[in-house]
Design a protein around this ligand. Structure first.
Ligand code: PHE
Length: 341
């Protein structure tokens, strides 16, 4: 029996030494110390020994078990350590490598243009207002002096949702909304930037969805001279201190008189170039004195109150300022384009 025990210890030691993985160790442990282990067989044999020999062999078996269990624990620890070392080696960081560069995003050129325009007006004491993009025919047309059969409705081909509701074709309905909201008839200076919609075929200079900024000033004193001064200031701020403006007579149902506003060409300084089509002037917006009918429809006494309104296309301003030749570039989100600004 003693021989058997020694033999087992030697065998166990060998198996433990040859373990390569944690699982191997578990197998060896099960074989020698588990319920069905060779030791258990020996314990059975112990029962058949004469009584005086039992304590001695019991002790020997226990010592052998402890010895093997110690070897297993040592092997397990050794394997764990080498596993951690391997991992550390595999995940080692080379701190001498240069850092990786990542690019920060920035505002879209259209957003930048809107904010620039907003800043100019806010600097002049205007308040920023918003209105809904889904608008009633009443506010978009009717109360702006464009009754149902008015031929000028054709200037703004519209997306109707029902007979009375449409996608707003301009930001001018915010004029109506602001006038109606001002029950106390306080002097008013507002702008409204926003998206508008027209049934246009998309091409290099047209888009069925684009942006405008509307401005409206109404009080008892504002005149065409104020409009002119405001326009000159905006032109200078947007396109440079040396700019001049030119007003041409025009027609909008909601303003009277109405003007089309040109700015002297900032590329050739008015001499004539491809940008201004050799005229020296570039059209930038429409404006005029608020039509009496609009004031009246909103409950204002046109004999007492007057003011001006203007509306400009933001894409057009951005395209002029940044030399963008196709309006569609502003919407297609090509990073090669967007990252230029
Ligand atoms: N609403 C006009 C348009 O979209 C622009 C405009 C606004 C003209 C205010 C005059 C006054 O064409």
């Amino acid at each position: 029996m003693k021989n058997k025990l020694n033999e087992m210890i030697i065998q166990a030691e060998k198996s433990i030494m040859s373990c390569k993985t944690y699982n191997d160790v578990l197998d060896v442990k099960a074989k020698y110390l588990g319920k069905k282990s060779d030791f258990n067989d020996l314990m059975q044999e112990l029962k058949n020994l004469p009584n005086e020999e039992k304590p001695l062999f019991g002790k020997l078996i226990n010592e052998a078990k402890q010895e093997i269990s110690k070897l297993i624990d040592e092997k397990r620890e050794e394997l764990e350590k080498s596993k951690i070392n391997d991992l550390l080696k595999a995940q080692a960081i080379d701190i001498s490598l240069p850092g990786r560069d990542f690019t920060l995003g920035h505002k879209h050129v259209l957003t930048k243009t809107v904010e620039e325009i907003e800043d100019i007006f806010v600097g002049l004491g205007y308040e920023i207002k918003e209105g809904p993009e889904i608008e009633s025919d009443l506010y978009n047309f009717e109360m702006l002096n464009l009754p149902k059969d008015h031929p000028a409705r054709e200037m703004q081909d519209s997306f109707y949702i029902t007979e009375e509701i449409l996608m707003r074709t301009h930001t001018s309905p915010v004029q109506v909304r602001s006038l109606l909201a001002n029950a106390e008839r306080k002097p008013m200076k507002i702008i409204c930037p926003g998206v508008v919609y027209r049934k246009d075929d998309d091409d290099q200079t047209h888009s069925h969805q684009f942006m405008q900024v509307e401005a409206l000033v109404v009080d008892e004193l504002t005149t065409l001279a104020d409009l002119k001064g405001t326009l000159l200031l905006i032109a200078k701020k947007l396109f440079g201190e040396n700019r001049e403006i030119r007003l041409r007579p025009s027609y909008f149902p909601f303003t009277e008189p109405s003007v089309e506003v040109d700015v002297s060409c900032f590329k050739c300084n008015g001499k004539g170039c491809s940008m201004c089509k050799s005229t020296g002037w570039i059209e930038i917006l429409g404006a005029g004195m608020v039509n009496n009918n609009v004031l009246q429809a909103a409950g204002y006494d046109p004999m007492k109150y007057q003011g001006f309104a203007l509306g400009m296309g933001i894409e057009r301003i951005a395209m002029l300022k940044y030399g963008i030749e196709d309006i569609r570039l502003l919407y297609t989100n090509d990073l090669r384009f967007n990252s230029q600004f």
